[in-house]
Design a protein around this ligand. Structure first.
Ligand SMILES: [Zn+2]
Length: 152
């Protein structure tokens, strides 16, 4: 049966795209095959994949909603890549990250870019809850952490 693709996700459970629908890992059967459920609320469509996570073995149920378009999927993937880079390359400027990631797509709008920027800031805030807001604040944070070190 058809191909599917794993999506980068920070969640514990794996997420895959199959035929333009997103599915989240739900449970592993005794046979070691794995059930993935559609991500949409109130939709109970699911797929079963083999234990090596390579093939879709079975599709169960019907979706209660329409599938995503190719460009929605692409947009989603760009967003994921950008979020990943936001923390992998923590000191890289948001504009540079965005430019790198979108360099090979042609239909990114100004609005998209401002969303991506928010994604980067949001993601960095998650991993670095006390990111200094200014140079002065950065210096004082450094100084105070040194004081703590000295005290220890
Ligand atoms: Zn569905």
């Amino acid at each position: 049966m058809s191909q599917f693709k794993f999506v980068n996700s920070n969640r514990e459970k794996a997420v895959i795209i199959f035929q333009n629908y997103f599915y989240t890992e739900r449970k592993t059967l005794k046979s070691c095959e794995i059930i993935f459920m559609c991500q949409k609320k109130n939709c109970y469509a699911s797929i079963k994949i083999d234990e090596h996570r390579r093939t879709v073995l079975e599709i169960r149920g019907e979706h209660t909603h329409i599938k995503l378009t190719d460009s929605e999927i692409e947009n989603h993937e760009i967003k994921n890549t950008i979020k990943r880079k936001a923390t992998e390359e923590i000191s890289m400027r948001p504009n540079k990250i965005i430019r790198k990631v979108i360099s090979d797509t042609d239909h990114v709008t100004v609005n998209d870019i401002s969303n991506y920027r928010q994604n980067i800031y949001g993601k960095r805030r998650e991993v670095l809850p006390v990111l200094p807001k200014s140079y002065d604040e950065a210096i004082s944070q450094l100084m105070s952490s040194q004081e703590t070190l000295v005290k220890l």
